[in-house]
Design a protein around this ligand. Structure first.
Ligand SMILES: Nc1nc2c(ncn2[C@@H]2O[C@H](COP(=O)(O)OP(=O)(O)OP(=O)(O)O)[C@@H](O)[C@H]2O)c(=O)[nH]1
Ligand SMILES: [Mg+2]
Length: 423
């Protein structure tokens, strides 16, 4: 079962603006008429009910949106690049990982049709019309399109089971899921029979809930021992835990504490989930005796249910209790959901700009607007460079650089572009 995949996404590049001039009969020198380039396509992830796994995706695959078309003469605007929509199952969690390993949570796609823009297409460049003014009537340059954003995404699918079965290896979790549902997880008389979570639909009267059989937990699971983190993640989204104890073992309460200790150490609210205790293997006489003794000593944590996954004894009562606990927890969750709005687009960072220094000691201007301008206005072209500097100054960057000791003729960097700072 594929439940976590890392993919690359590349939004489309904006189309270049055009640098054209009107051609008319008898008009020797027509004015500029270059149109703007179209914007690049976005990469969008959409949750859909029709998928239940991430197996359509392959590790490291690149998904690209379309580039914008260049502008044309006669002020013709280039076409926008088409977006791409990547369909993922409901419950997908999307994070972006930057080159230096920084992780940014983008969205939890928890409802059908919920979408998130993961990479925004580049802006189209302006045509030369836009650069004409009283002092420059015939600009020979236009603006380039902006590069689309590239990102590494991790898409993770957490199981959306209502009930998670936890316990030591061999406790009888898979046997219980077989007794409860039509699912046929492998059962074995050896630990770690279950290697991947398996889901089963449990019917209680006219209602159903989904239970997930988990691989056995062992000491140190919260630190990654055994199958560790891999599947502790899965139980995060279940509403209720059924803790299966093998009552034929020497000291079942020690097993109980060990598992709960691991759940608490893992964190993420696992220890706070409602938990029902399944005292398993009561078909075994030793198990029965042990339960009686513990009951008399009032040592059994509440609520507990004596069951035998093997014979089915007590499993329906346990299913009913689990279902009630799920309903109670769903009621609370629905209320929480109402207070939360679906994430549609993470806001773009709109910081103004910052002046710092490169490692080599060159003044460095960062910020989305100045970086965009420097990326798209050609510093090799004197007119375009003049335009760039003029616009940077209008953002207040001239004064900021002056405060930094920059004099006309000094080299500075704006984002990835190096240029000579002129007056
Ligand atoms: N006597 C008896 N044996 C049981 C019962 N439930 C499970 N077993 C046995 O216990 C062993 C382990 O059962 P599983 O259901 O595979 O246990 P598990 O918890 O899924 O184990 P892992 O997948 O390794 O974590 C098997 O030999 C089962 O036949 C029960 O109610 N009574
Ligand atoms: Mg199992």
């Amino acid at each position: 079962m594929i439940d976590r995949v890392r993919i690359r996404v590349q939004a489309g590049r904006g189309g270049d603006g055009a640098a054209t001039f009107r051609r008319e009969k008898f008009v020797p020198r027509g004015g500029p008429d270059g149109g703007d380039g179209g914007r690049g396509g976005n990469v969008i992830l959409v949750a859909t009910r029709s998928l239940s796994t991430l197996r359509d995706y392959h590790e490291g695959d690149l998904h690209r949106a379309g580039d914008g078309k260049p502008g044309g003469s006669n002020r013709k605007k280039g076409a926008s690049g088409p977006n791409i929509e990547l369909r993922v199952p409901i419950g997908s969690i999307v994070t972006a990982v930057s080159a230096d390993g920084e992780v940014e949570h983008l969205a939890d796609l928890v409802e059908d049709g919920m979408a998130v823009v993961c990479a925004r297409g580049g802006r189209g460049g302006w045509g030369n019309v836009r650069f004409a003014g009283p002092t420059r009537q015939a600009p020979h340059f236009a603006q380039h399109g902006q590069a689309g954003r590239a990102r590494d995404l991790v898409v993770e699918l957490k199981l959306l089971a209502d009930v998670g079965l936890v316990g030591l290896p061999n406790a009888g979790k898979s046997t219980l899921l077989r007794a409860w549902s039509r699912a046929l997880p492998k059962v074995g008389a050896y630990p770690f029979t279950t290697l991947e979570p398996e889901l089963g639909v449990v019917t209680v009267g006219y209602d159903t809930f989904v239970a997930a059989d988990m691989p056995g937990l062992i000491e140190g699971a919260s630190q990654g021992a055994g199958l560790g983190h891999e599947f502790l993640r899965h139980i995060e989204r279940t509403q209720v835990l059924v803790h299966v104890l093998d009552m034929t073992r020497e000291d079942p309460l020690a097993d109980y504490r060990l598992i709960n200790g691991e759940l608490a150490d893992f964190g993420h609210g696992l220890a706070e989930k409602p938990q029902l205790l399944a005292l398993n293997k009561v078909d075994d006489p030793d198990a029965r005796t042990r339960i009686e003794l513990l009951e008399e000593a009032h040592e059994l944590p509440q609520p507990w249910y004596p069951i035998s996954g093997l014979t089915g004894e007590g499993t329906q009562d346990l299913a009913l209790a689990a279902w009630r606990a799920v309903q109670a927890s769903r009621g609370a969750a629905a209320q929480a959901l109402e207070e939360r709005l679906p994430v549609i687009e993470p806001p773009m960072r709109r910081e103004r700009f910052q002046v710092t220094e490169t490692p080599e000691g060159m003044p460095l201007v960062t910020g989305s607007t100045p970086e965009w301008l420097a990326e798209t206005l050609d510093v090799e072209d004197p007119d375009a460079r003049y335009e760039l500097i003029d616009r940077l100054k209008r953002l207040g960057i001239g004064r900021a650089l002056a405060r930094h000791g920059v004099k006309p003729g000094d080299r500075v960097r704006v984002g990835a572009t190096e240029l000579t700072w002129d007056v």
